[in-house]
Design a protein around this ligand. Structure first.
Ligand code: MSP
Length: 516
C-alpha cells in the first residue's frame, strides 16, 4: 500500500476553563482516526492545542486576579495532563501565545493584505463573548440572549479591520458543494443555506482589547481571536517552528486532510477559514467533520446545572479504556449523544469484560491446560474455519465504517466477531471433546481459531482503546511494534509455537455507583 501523509486536527480549545468531557470527546475521536491512519501505513501529523487570546480569556484571568499569561499556562497544563492520561498520540501541541505563532500570524496577514482583502470599517451589533462572535440578531432587540451560552449579548460599535469574505462567494459555494468536504451530510445543508444568503465581510481586529496579537500598522488593534486561532493550524504544521516561513513547502503536510470540530463552530471552519486560505494563496482543507454535542442524563452539561462531568473523575472511576470505548462505541459520531452513567457501566462490563475479556481468558486457559506451551496444529495446512470467513466480513465492515468516522459501527463489528467466537466455543464444546483423545487435533484447531479471532480483535481495538489492545496482544505474546493493517490482519498469522502468557483478566468490571 502507498504511504500517504495525513494531517488531522482537533479544535484549539479555549483556556477559559479546564477541559471537560466535550473536549475530551473530540480529542479521543481524533486520536482514534490518527491511530487508524498510522495502522494503514500513513505518516500522520496529529495536531491539537489551545486558543489563548481574546476577551473571554482576558476576563476570566481578570476575575481570578491573574496575569492572563499565567492563567493560560495553568489551564494549558491541565489540557496536556489530561491528553497524557487519555493516551492521546498527538504530534504537535500548539499554543496561540507562542512566539512562532505570533510571527506566523503576521506573515499570513501580510499575504492577505497583499491580496487587497483588508479594509477599515465600522462594526456594530450584538456580540457574545462566550462564542467570541457577532450574533445574527435584530439590532433593535433590547436584551438578546446567546442561544448557546444563555447569557446576555453585549452591544458593540467600533472601528475594525475587515476581511473581504464576500469576494470569495463563488469559490466557497463550489467548495462546500464538493462531495466529502463537509461531514456528516446533515450539516452540509446548514452551511449551504448560510452561504446562499450571501457572505458578508467579517471583522478581523478588535480595539481596546489588549490580550491578543498586535496588528502590524494599526497600533490600537489586536487580531480577532478567531483569525488568530485558525492560523494555529498552520503554525502547528511548520516543519521548523522556530523559523516560520510561510510557503506550503515549509509545512509538514498541507492541506489538512480533516478538521474535526463541534457543530457550533462549523461555519468558521467550512467558510471563513477556507476563504482566508484562498486569500493567502494556500490550499483549503480536504474535509471538515462537525460532530454533535454531549449531554448528560438528557440535559446539556453546564456549570450552572451542576452536571458537568469531570473527565479526570470519570477516568479514575472507570479507567481510560472504559471512557474511550463508551464515547466511541455508544455515541453516534456526528449526532448529539447523551452520557448515562448506568449505560456507561453496562456497556463497558458487557463488551470489554464479558464478551472480549472472558473470551480471551477462557481460551488461553484451555489452551495452556491442554496443550501447555504450543498449540499442536498443522500450521502449514490449517483447515478452513467458519471464524475465518466471519473475521473477513467483520474486518471489512470495520474498515468501511472507520473511513466515514463511524466509530460506532466499527466497534460493533468487533463485538460481532467476539460474539461469533464465543458462540463457536459454546457450540463446539472443546471441554467435552478433549476427553476423547482422538479429537485432539479438532480441539487444537478450534482453540487456535478462537485465539486467532482474539488476535484480530486486539488489533482492531487499537485505534479505539489502545491500552486494552496492548494488553490483549501481550497475552498472546505478540510484538505490537510492527503491527499494521496490511501485514497483520490475514487469517493464520498467530504463531502456534509461541507460548501464550498466563491468563490474566484484561479488563476489570466497574461497579455501578449511584453517587457518580
Ligand atoms: N477556541 C475555539 C476553537 C478554535 S479552533 C481554531 C472553540 N473552543 S471551545 O473550547 O469553546 O470549543 C472547542 C470544541 O469543543 C468545539 O468544537 C465545541 O463544539 C466542542 N464542545 C464544547 N462543548 C461540547 C459538548 N458538550 N459536547 C461536545 N463537544 C462540545 O470553540
Amino acid at each position: 500500500m502507498m504511504n500517504m501523509k495525513y494531517t488531522i486536527t482537533t479544535p484549539l480549545y479555549y483556556v477559559n476553563d479546564k477541559p471537560h468531557l466535550g473536549s475530551s470527546y473530540t480529542t479521543i475521536a481524533c486520536d482514534a482516526i490518527a491511530r487508524f491512519q498510522r495502522l494503514k501505513g500513513n505518516t500522520v501529523h496529529f495536531l491539537t492545542g489551545v486558543d489563548e487570546h481574546g476577551q473571554k480569556i482576558e476576563r476570566t484571568a481578570e476575575s481570578k486576579n491573574l496575569d492572563p499569561q499565567i492563567h493560560c499556562d495553568e489551564i494549558t497544563e491541565k489540557y496536556i495532563y489530561l491528553w497524557d492520561k487519555l493516551n492521546i498520540s498527538y504530534d504537535r501541541f500548539i499554543r496561540t501565545t507562542s512566539k512562532d505563532h505570533t510571527s506566523l500570524v503576521h506573515k499570513f496577514y501580510a499575504k492577505v493584505l497583499k491580496s487587497d482583502d483588508i479594509y477599515i470599517g465600522r462594526q456594530s451589533g450584538w456580540y457574545c463573548v462566550g462564542c467570541e462572535e457577532y450574533k445574527d440578531v435584530d439590532e433593535k432587540d433590547k436584551c438578546p440572549i446567546c442561544s448557546i451560552h444563555k447569557k446576555e449579548l453585549e452591544w458593540r460599535d467600533e472601528e475594525n479591520l475587515f476581511f473581504k469574505l464576500s469576494k470569495y462567494q463563488d469559490q466557497i459555494e463550489k467548495l462546500i458543494q464538493k462531495d466529502g468536504f463537509i461531514s456528516p451530510k446533515s450539516r452540509k445543508n446548514e452551511i449551504i443555506n448560510f452561504v446562499s444568503k450571501g457572505l458578508r465581510d467579517f471583522s478581523i481586529s478588535r480595539v481596546n482589547l489588549k490580550w491578543g496579537i498586535n496588528v502590524p500598522g494599526n497600533k490600537d488593534h489586536t487580531f480577532y481571536v478567531w483569525f488568530d486561532a485558525l492560523l494555529g493550524y498552520i503554525s502547528g504544521s511548520l516543519i521548523s517552528p522556530n523559523s516560520p516561513e510561510l510557503t506550503e513547502e515549509s509545512l509538514i503536510n498541507w492541506p489538512v486532510n480533516i478538521h474535526v470540530i463541534g457543530k457550533d463552530i462549523l461555519r468558521f471552519h467550512a467558510v471563513y477559514w477556507p476563504a482566508m486560505l484562498i486569500s493567502a494563496g494556500m490550499k483549503t482543507p480536504l474535509s471538515v467533520f462537525g460532530h454533535g454535542f454531549l449531554t448528560r442524563e438528557g440535559q446539556k452539561m453546564g456549570k450552572s446545572l451542576g452536571n458537568v462531568l469531570n473527565p479526570i473523575e470519570l477516568l479514575e472511576y472507570g479507567g481510560i479504556d472504559a471512557m474511550r470505548w463508551y464515547l466511541l462505541r455508544d455515541i453516534e459520531f456526528g449526532e448529539d449523544g447523551d452520557f448515562k452513567m448506568r449505560r456507561f457501566v453496562d456497556i463497558v462490563n458487557s463488551d470489554l469484560c464479558n464478551t472480549i475479556g472472558n473470551l480471551l481468558n477462557r481460551t488461553i486457559t484451555m489452551s495452556k491446560k491442554w496443550f501447555n506451551e504450543k498449540i499442536p496444529i498443522d500450521y502449514t495446512s490449517l483447515p478452513e474455519s467458519p471464524l475465518k470467513v466471519q473475521s473477513e466480513i467483520k474486518i471489512n465492515e470495520y474498515m468501511e465504517s472507520f473511513k466515514d468516522s463511524n466509530f460506532k459501527n466499527s466497534a460493533n463489528a468487533i463485538i460481532d466477531l467476539a460474539n461469533s467466537a464465543n458462540l463457536f466455543l459454546n457450540d463446539r464444546e472443546p471441554w467435552k471433546l478433549i476427553k476423547d483423545i482422538s479429537k485432539n487435533t479438532i480441539v487444537a484447531n478450534d482453540i487456535y481459531s478462537v485465539l486467532e479471532c482474539c488476535r484480530i480483535i486486539g488489533i482492531l481495538l487499537n485505534p479505539l482503546v489502545p491500552d486494552l489492545s496492548q494488553r490483549i496482544l501481550n497475552q498472546l505474546s505478540i510484538n505490537t511494534s510492527t503491527i499494521s493493517f496490511d501485514n497483520s490482519l490475514n487469517w493464520g498469522l498467530l504463531n502456534p509455537e509461541i507460548s501464550l502468557q498466563n491468563p490474566k483478566p484484561v479488563m476489570d468490571k466497574i461497579e455501578f455507583n449511584e453517587d457518580k
